[in-house]
Design a protein around this ligand. Structure first.
Ligand code: ADP
Ligand code: MG
Length: 574
């Protein structure tokens, strides 16, 4: 049970406020997360870690000398937005040596941190992304790149952070982070589920006398259920599973973490550790500076995981290096070496990208976008409960709410941008950021990125925005959605409405049809194609595990997209 909260909907913000008040000597709040309290030294590479919250000390608890330079803080078990990652990355990278983002390998985090990387690079900040894949239970070894990141995050972040503080350049920090990830393996078991603040029930239950083997850290139950053994037998299972993947060229020196998931007592961990240590030594391993405790948690989940990092000389140096952070302190850090003067407070305005003021033609197009978003907001509000029902057939039922939040915030941001004189590119960028930042869910990230790409495609026009430019912008938006979400036509996603929409729009426009009429025709096609998704079986996204159940119901994302296309067409006068 998560017992204490004021308002469950602001739990993360409330917790972060307390954290910042406690540790001003270590951290400063910035939009989207936290950075070290001190300015970095000249030329220093910044290591920014992140992911959702609910995992403390991961991730904001390990910001400080010898470890991370910043942490992006998402909602509980939810990826931070692209804009959050961009803000924290930009604030942390003020040393000028470039930036390494590292998070666990989850679809939402990968999308958002990849997009943030792209934006930072466009502003001249060299950025690398390393996604941690230590969880041996989450995919077979042939598909190791698909594995999730769990407690091994700690190892990779520590090695990268220590290397950056040691003065390594960006190539070197990236190389070491990848090497640490390649040589780190984790196996875990869940003993009981966790409860989201404000909820009465756990996200999953493990029956008494059982354990979930292969736990996740977001309330994902284990992959297989087995009888709960004695502590020593559990230790053997963990050691066997991790050592089964001992990498080639192992030096037999390992760093180790026996991690508690949040509700497993330290004394229980110590009992398990006794056998873990004995088995490792019997099998010829030297254990180097092991950690036993809560390092990557999952709210109040009961469970335990064993992480081993197979060391070589350089990894061992960074694994054992001193660190000084709110949640993790080791040895003694020569503070002055890493730290400059205290940082000034940074706001979103300080961190935002330059937006050139729009020309008159560009502002006129921007006004049209506001009109289009108004029409979308109204239609989506009316359809909220239908979309929710559709998404609850095989998904998680949040599509209606997500779309309402996304489009409402996009419209508000678009109006603000218009007020400030933005052109169409700036306005669509601001609208997309607001959509992705507030909607939550896969569709929110994709819609947000698509709007921004559409804007970038049109760019800072000085002359009129032609129908060809609009068609090209929608194509750019669709391309962005495809490359980011990696769905194929027929996978039962919103692409199944969007791609036929763009095809029709392009061919009508190139045949000389007016924009309003071309859009209207394309929207009709989108509506039909969205309905036809009822026959399809989902191949990606949250509906995939319950794929069969979804047959007979149209895809919610395709349905809402077609609806938006239709009402925008009407607003354009088609
Ligand atoms: P979530 O699935 O994260 O709960 P939503 O419920 O808001 O997000 O949106 C679900 C919709 O998102 C699906 O109906 C589908 O149209 C779309 N979607 C999910 N994954 C993808 C993807 N990889 N590419 C394109 N669209 C996707
Ligand atoms: Mg959903």
């Amino acid at each position: 049970m998560t017992h204490l909260y004021d308002d469950p909907t602001t739990f993360m913000e409330d917790a972060l406020a307390g954290f910042l008040d406690l540790y001003p000597q270590y951290v400063t709040g910035v939009p989207g997360g936290v950075v070290r309290a001190q300015e970095p030294s000249e030329g220093k590479v910044a290591v920014v870690v992140g992911g959702g919250s609910g995992h403390y000390p991961a991730f904001c608890g390990v910001v400080g000398p010898g470890f991370a330079d910043g942490a992006v803080v998402g909602n509980i078990f939810t990826s931070p937005s692209t804009l959050d990652a961009y803000h924290v990355g930009k604030a942390a990278a003020s040393g000028g040596g470039g930036l390494l983002f590292s998070t666990g390998n989850y679809a939402g985090d990968v999308m958002n941190f990849d997009l943030a990387k792209e934006r930072l690079e466009a502003e001249g900040i060299p950025t690398r992304n390393v996604y941690v894949t230590d969880d041996v239970a989450s995919a077979p070894v042939e598909d190791a790149h698909k594995r999730r990141g769990i407690a091994g995050d700690f190892v990779v972040f520590k090695v990268a952070g220590a290397a950056a503080d040691d003065g390594c350049d960006l190539d070197e920090v990236e190389r070491l982070a990848r090497k640490a990830n390649d040589r780190t393996r984790t196996m875990g078991v869940g003993l009981d589920g966790c409860t989201m603040p404000g909820e009465d029930d756990k996200l999953f239950h493990v029956p008494a006398g059982k354990m979930g083997v292969g736990l996740g850290i977001h309330g994902e139950p284990g992959i297989a259920e087995e009888d709960l053994p004695r502590a020593s037998e559990l230790a053997e299972l963990l050691v066997d599973r991790v050592l089964a993947e001992e990498p080639e060229g192992s030096t037999k020196r390992v760093g180790a973490i026996l991690n508690g998931l949040g509700a497993t007592k330290y004394e229980e961990l110590f009992v398990v550790w006794t056998t873990v240590a004995r088995l490792l030594r019997e099998r010829g391993f030297t254990i180097v500076e092991p950690e036993c405790g809560e390092l990557v948690t999952s709210l109040d989940m009961a469970g335990i995981s064993l992480t081993l990092v197979f060391l070589d000389d350089e990894l061992e140096g960074y694994w054992t290096a001193p660190a000084d952070t709110p949640a993790y302190r080791k040895g003694s850090v020569a503070g002055a070496k890493q730290s400059g003067p205290r940082r000034a407070e940074l706001t979103e305005d300080d961190l935002k990208a330059e937006v050139s003021p729009g020309s008159e033609a560009s502002k006129a197009a921007a006004a049209q976008v506001v009109t289009a978003l108004e029409a979308m907001e109204k239609a989506i509000a009316d359809a909220e409960s239908d979309l929710a029902k559709m998404d609850s057939v095989a998904g998680d039922g949040d599509h209606g709410r997500g779309m309402v939040k996304g489009v409402t915030n996009a419209l508000a941001a678009a109006k603000d941008a218009a007020q400030e004189g933005a052109g169409v590119a700036g306005l669509l960028g601001a609208a997309g950021d607001a959509w992705a930042g507030k909607a939550g869910g896969t569709s929110g990230v994709l819609w947000g990125a698509a709007l921004r790409s559409g804007g970038e495609s049109i760019g800072d026009v000085t002359g009129e925005v032609t129908p060809e430019m609009v068609a090209a912008a929608v194509r750019a938006a669709a391309d962005r959605m495809s490359s980011l979400g990696k769905a194929e036509p027929g996978d039962k996603t919103m692409l199944d409405a969007l791609l036929p929409f763009v095809d029709t729009l392009e061919s009508e426009v190139s045949g000389g049809t007016s924009l309003a009429d071309a859009w209207g025709k394309a929207a009709q096609v989108a509506v039909t194609k969205a309905q036809e998704t009822a026959d399809l079986t989902p191949k990606v996204g949250r509906a995939r595990p319950l794929a069969e159940r979804s047959v007979g119901t149209p895809d919610p994302g395709a349905t809402s997209l077609a609806m938006c296309a239709r009402v925008v067409g009407e607003a354009l006068g088609g």
